[in-house]
Design a protein around this ligand. Structure first.
Ligand code: ZN
Length: 191
């Protein structure tokens, strides 16, 4: 299956979820036993840690379907990059989805500016390039910044050598950007 075919399947799963008709696939005991022997997840998802944006639920998937990496603000750092590279290089993943979402707390903190306590500053710093791209006077700025951040992270993954860039260049890896609407449950394609 191509990355695009897998993406269409995930979007179908999201449609089931958003409409209240999830099928909860691949969650049986048989599936669990099959997956205990090994995994080859079709897609990797880089999502926000927000408790309302669980990729397996939002895309109506089950055990062994998604390789999920989560961090507030769905930003990329080296351990996350290494995780995604592992999924592509060793597990055969052909699609990476960067999933941002509506009213993201990390993005809101980055937009608010000022001093962030503890290590939260590192998130604010990682989100700063997207914040800088959207004018402070823009209505609904937090959501626009979240979408811009998805675009930027997807772009940086596509061009990240030596592993991801190589698979993209060979046409064996798709990197999609998407935005989850908390109100409707729908995932919108950002790029
Ligand atoms: Zn968030």
């Amino acid at each position: 299956m191509s990355g695009n075919d897998i993406w269409q399947e995930l979007l179908s799963g999201n449609k089931r979820f958003a409409e209240g008709n999830p099928t909860h696939p691949n969650q049986s005991i048989a599936r669990r036993q099959e997956m205990a022997k090994g995994q080859n997840p079709r897609a990797a998802v880089l999502a926000c840690a927000d408790s309302r944006v669980s990729p397996e639920i939002v895309f109506d998937q089950g055990l062994g379907d998604l390789f999920v990496v989560r961090v507030a603000g769905n930003v990329v750092n080296d351990p996350i990059l290494g995780s995604l590279e592992y999924a592509v290089e060793h597990l055969g993943t052909r699609l990476i989805v960067v999933l941002g979402h509506q009213r993201c707390g990390a993005v809101a903190a980055a937009c608010a500016g000022g001093e962030a306590p503890g290590h939260i500053g590192s998130l604010v710093q990682a989100l700063a390039p997207a914040v800088d791209k959207i004018s402070a006077s823009e209505e609904g700025r937090v959501d626009w910044v979240a979408k811009e951040n998805v675009r930027m992270m997807a772009k940086s993954l596509r061009s990240c050598g030596p592993i991801l860039e190589k698979w993209v260049r060979q046409g064996k890896l798709e990197v999609a950007g998407a935005f989850y609407d908390l109100d409707t449950g729908a995932v919108e394609i950002v790029e």
